[in-house]
Design a protein around this ligand. Structure first.
Ligand code: SF4
Length: 514
């Protein structure tokens, strides 16, 4: 989701947007979870990665919006700053979106304003501030193809380039997100059928997208030809009829009683309309590049992602890590929550007991008041607290799923020592992250990634751990059983599988944000 400022005032509009009446602000804007203030004053609890979006779509259920609400609730971990939904009653679209969590944005009253048997929804991580709501999704327009709404997960790596061309030709953009580029391309397409216009637009785009599009009488989903980001297809039966559902992760299906059928395949478009479901390939086959980070870090362990159980992958990551870098120790402690599954695998493989030696406060996120008298490592202490009884005098293996800037890890190591740990051995269940992601994961610049700039020993010293080891690339490939070379590993290798047009501008966007 690129976010760049452009002066559009001199340009002509080619899309009639009904943003003001359709994209109603339904609740007062809330401060985002991990607010700008927190980032600026250095109290951000974690220096991790952020997934940028979760996408959901449903076709053929009289309570489409209510089920989409539940689906989005299941996808909340993929984006916590804004949530949005559009439904269709067969005549027109109804859209509501706002800053905040799904349950905050979609009150009962708001859900009542979303009638119809089909809906799409979106959860998003974004920058705070005025532009954030304009970039919130679904993105709704009224154009030559009628009313359409689009929600998408991923980053279009040539969006800056295409956007510039469109602006020069007179398009006016409402926000700064790349989803809008797809919509403008569709509006300009000479193709009369919606799916053909979408295909034409998507074929101009490079990069990652898992996308849901709603028109008044149909739902269309599509996935980029590399298949970077996940998009699962499921089904439930309502009064003897098939109801089709689509979601970034299958955990969204479980909540509504839908079953996972398949993935939307890379380069595939699925149209759900009154005649049923039509699947077709819209783009030539390209090398598969499923984001391995979904299995390492982002997706919920109860999801099936790229046709594979995330829990199973994470346990295997932990087992492999134990085989590669076992150490004499008394206890295995995960950094919760994301290190839990790998730590279970590590403990099972090593035979060393697993203990929840760090407790996470799940209610951190909204505003909190930092005491005037400065408390060392306040941000991390807010979120994590060691259990002295479990670690005092012990040799601890601390398992985490990533190490980004290293600052959080150092704070955790210090906390563990203060709680009496005798030795602390950090184990990371993936290889060193040396390069940013351009396919939909918000990553710090290379200069801020500690593994992009330091040796293993340099990182160990920085984190103050007694030893440090990462999983090897081979170990990662084994754990996700990537026999066919189907995954993307670019943030571990620095080699990118697509052209990165306008990459400097993208990098600038990252700098702006971080
Ligand atoms: Fe995933 Fe890393 Fe590839 Fe981005 S660069 S898609 S985070 S594996």
């Amino acid at each position: 989701m690129n976010r760049h400022r452009h002066d559009h005032s001199h340009l002509l509009s080619r899309i009639t947007s009904s943003a003001t009446d359709q994209q109603l602000n339904t609740v007062p804007a809330q401060p985002p979870n991990d607010s700008t203030e927190q980032r600026e004053n250095g109290t951000t609890p974690f220096d991790g990665f952020r997934e940028e979006c979760g996408v959901f779509g449903i076709f053929g259920h009289p309570e489409a919006a209510n089920l989409a609400y539940l689906g989005l609730y299941g996808l909340q971990h993929r984006g916590q700053e804004s949530a949005g939904m559009c439904s269709s009653d067969g005549e027109k679209l109804h859209c509501r979106k706002n800053m905040g969590l799904v349950a905050e944005v979609f009150t009962k009253a708001v859900l009542k304003e979303l009638p119809g048997r089909m809906a799409i929804g979106h959860t998003r991580y974004s920058t705070a501030g005025q532009s954030a709501l304009l970039d919130a999704q679904p993105f709704f327009v009224e154009c030559s193809k009628g009313q359409i709404a689009v929600a998408h997960n991923g980053n279009l790596t040539n969006a800056i380039h295409v956007r510039h061309e469109l602006e020069m030709a007179g398009s006016i953009f409402q926000g700064t997100g790349d989803t809008e580029v797809i919509v403008h391309l569709m509006a300009r397409s000479r193709e009369r059928r919606l799916k053909h216009a979408l295909r034409e637009s998507l074929l101009r785009m490079e990069g990652a997208y898992s996308l849901a599009l709603l028109a008044k009488d149909r739902l269309i989903v599509a996935r980029d030809p590399h298949g970077f980001r996940p998009l699962a297809f499921g089904k439930l039966i309502y009064e003897g009829h098939d109801v089709y559902v689509f979601a970034s992760e299958t955990c969204a299906f479980d909540l509504i009683g839908a079953v996972y059928v398949d993935d939307v395949q890379p380069g595939e478009m699925i149209v759900a309309d009154s005649e049923g479901l039509h699947r077709e390939r819209f783009a030539p086959q390209r090398k598969s590049c499923h984001c391995v980070f979904e299995h390492v870090y982002f997706s919920r362990p109860d999801s099936i992602v790229f046709g594979r159980s995330v829990q199973e992958s994470r346990e295997l990551l932990g087992r492999q890590l134990a085989r590669e870098s076992g150490v004499e120790a008394d206890v295995i402690v995960p950094v919760p929550d994301s290190g839990v599954s790998a730590a279970i695998g590590y403990a099972a493989e090593s035979g060393i007991p697993y203990r929840m030696g760090l407790i996470r406060n799940h209610y951190v996120g909204r505003t909190f008041i930092e005491p005037k008298q400065s408390i060392r490592d306040f941000g991390v202490k807010l979120k994590l607290n060691p259990v002295r009884q479990l670690i005092e005098g012990k040799r601890v293996v601390l398992v985490d799923d990533s190490l980004v800037r290293g600052t959080t890890s150092r704070k955790i190591v210090r906390m563990m020592r203060q709680a009496g740990a005798r030795e602390i051995h950090m184990r990371i269940s993936c290889p060193p992250t040396i390069s940013p992601c351009y396919y939909g994961v918000d990553t710090p610049d290379k200069g801020e990634l500690i593994a992009g700039n330091q040796t293993l020993e340099g990182i160990r010293k920085f984190t103050e751990a007694d030893s440090l080891a990462y999983l090897s690339m081979e170990g990662l490939k084994d754990a996700v059983q990537d026999d066919g070379g189907d995954y993307c590993y670019s943030c571990y290798t620095g080699d990118y599988p697509t052209d990165l047009v306008g990459i400097e501008t993208l990098l600038g966007g990252h700098r702006e944000r971080d």
